[in-house]
Design a protein around this ligand. Structure first.
Ligand code: ADP
Ligand code: MG
Length: 317
C-alpha cells in the first residue's frame, strides 16, 4: 500500500468542523466569531514515551489524549487536529487499531483530523491540536494570586504507580495494577472541566510531568509560591496502600503522565468548584494555597515539612 492509499484508508474521515480537511495541500479552518485559537503540539516517541510493542489502539487514544489535555488546561474547546506520523512500515493491522483508538477519542470530543504528514522512519507520533476560546477566558499559567485555593482533578500518581510496578520498583496486586495501568494507557483529558472553569479559575496547567514540576511552572509564571497539604493529595484506591511508602509518595508528588488539571481559584469560588465536580462526577480536591513569594512547601498532617526533592520528568537532565 502506498502512502496515499494509507492516508485515505486510515486517516481520512469526514471533517464537519473544517471548510476543507485531508486531501489538499492544506486544510482550511474558520475560527468562530469572538474566539482565538489555542494551538499545541505533543509528540510521542517510541522508546521514550512508549514501548515499540505498545497496544496500537491505546497508543492512538493516548496520542490524541495528551494533546487534548493541553487544550483542556487552556479552557478551550478542541476543534481540529493534524497528525504527523513516522512509521517503520505500512503495517495494516497496526494502523487499523491505531486509527480506531485515535478516532474513538476524537469523536468523543468533537475533534476533526484535518491533515498531517506520513513518512517512513522510526515510530514517532506527533499531533498538533487546535482549540477555540474567547481570548479573555483562556486559562493561563500566569494568573495565580496569593490567597487562591489550589485544586487538582482526579487522583495523583496512578500512571507512575503502574510504571513503577512494570519496572519492578514496587509490587501491586492484580486489581491495583489493572486500575493504575488504565490511567497510564488511557488518560482521560479533562475538557469538560477546563470549559467549566472559564471565568472561575485564575490559572490552570495540566499535570503531564508530575504535580510538583507542573505546579512549579505555574508558580514561576505567576510569580507566587504555594503551600501544599500532603494529607489532602487525592490518592486512588490502588494508591492507598502505597501512599505512605517513599515510592508511593514520589508517585503522588512527582509522577508524570496523569493528565489531570491543577488550577487555582479565589477561595470565594470554593462551593462553585465543588458543584462542578459533582456535576461532572469528577473528584476535585483542594490541596493547598497560593502564597506570596516563590517555590512550593509541602507539609504533612503534623505540620512537618516534607523535602520532596526536585520532581518531574525532564528529557535533557
Ligand atoms: P504534501 O505532499 O502536499 O505535503 P501529503 O502527500 O503529505 O501532501 O499529504 C496529502 C494530504 O494528506 C494532505 O492533506 C495532508 O494534510 C494529509 N495527510 C498526510 N498524512 C496524514 C496523516 N497521518 N493524517 C491525516 N492527514 C494526513
Ligand atoms: Mg502539497
Amino acid at each position: 500500500m502506498n502512502e496515499f492509499d494509507l492516508i485515505r484508508k486510515y486517516f481520512t474521515r469526514p471533517a464537519p468542523n473544517a471548510l476543507l480537511g485531508v486531501g489538499d495541500d492544506a486544510a482550511l479552518l474558520q475560527v468562530s466569531a469572538g474566539n482565538v485559537l489555542a494551538v499545541s503540539s505533543d509528540m510521542l516517541v517510541s522508546g521514550t514515551h512508549f514501548l515499540p510493542d505498545a497496544d496500537p489502539f491505546l497508543l492512538g487514544h493516548k496520542t490524541l489524549a495528551v494533546n487534548l489535555s493541553d487544550i483542556a488546561a487552556m479552557g478551550a474547546t478542541p476543534r481540529w487536529a493534524v497528525l504527523a506520523i513516522a512509521l517503520p512500515k505500512a503495517d495494516e493491522p497496526w494502523l487499523e487499531k491505531f486509527s480506531a483508538g485515535f478516532f474513538a477519542l476524537a469523536q468523543q470530543h468533537g475533534v476533526n483530523l484535518v491533515g498531517g504528514d506520513t513518512t517512513r522512519g522510526p515510530l514517532n507520533l506527533c499531533v498538533t491540536i487546535f482549540g477555540e476560546v474567547p481570548a479573555q477566558q483562556a486559562l493561563r499559567r500566569s494568573g495565580a494570586q496569593p490567597g487562591d485555593d489550589i485544586w487538582v482533578s482526579g487522583t495523583l500518581g496512578d500512571a507512575a504507580l503502574a510504571l513503577a510496578h512494570m519496572q519492578g520498583r514496587l509490587l501491586l496486586s492484580e486489581s491495583e495494577f489493572a486500575a493504575s495501568a488504565q490511567v497510564l494507557h488511557r488518560p482521560q483529558p479533562r475538557i469538560a472541566l477546563g470549559l467549566a472553569l472559564r471565568g472561575i479559575a485564575n490559572s490552570a496547567i495540566d499535570i503531564s510531568d508530575g504535580l510538583l514540576a507542573d505546579l512549579g511552572h505555574m508558580l514561576d509564571a505567576s510569580n507566587v509560591g504555594a503551600q501544599i497539604d500532603l494529607a489532602s493529595l487525592p490518592a486512588s484506591t490502588a494508591m492507598q496502600s502505597h501512599a505512605a511508602t517513599l515510592s508511593g509518595m514520589q508517585c503522588i508528588l512527582s509522577g508524570g503522565d496523569d493528565y489531570e488539571l491543577c488550577f487555582t481559584a479565589p477561595a470565594a469560588r470554593h462551593d462553585e468548584i465543588a458543584a462542578i465536580g459533582t456535576r461532572l462526577s469528577l473528584r476535585l480536591s483542594c490541596i493547598g494555597k497560593i502564597v506570596a513569594g516563590s517555590g512550593c512547601i509541602v507539609h504533612d498532617a503534623a505540620g512537618n515539612l516534607i523535602e520532596p526533592g526536585s520532581g518531574g520528568y525532564e528529557h535533557f537532565r
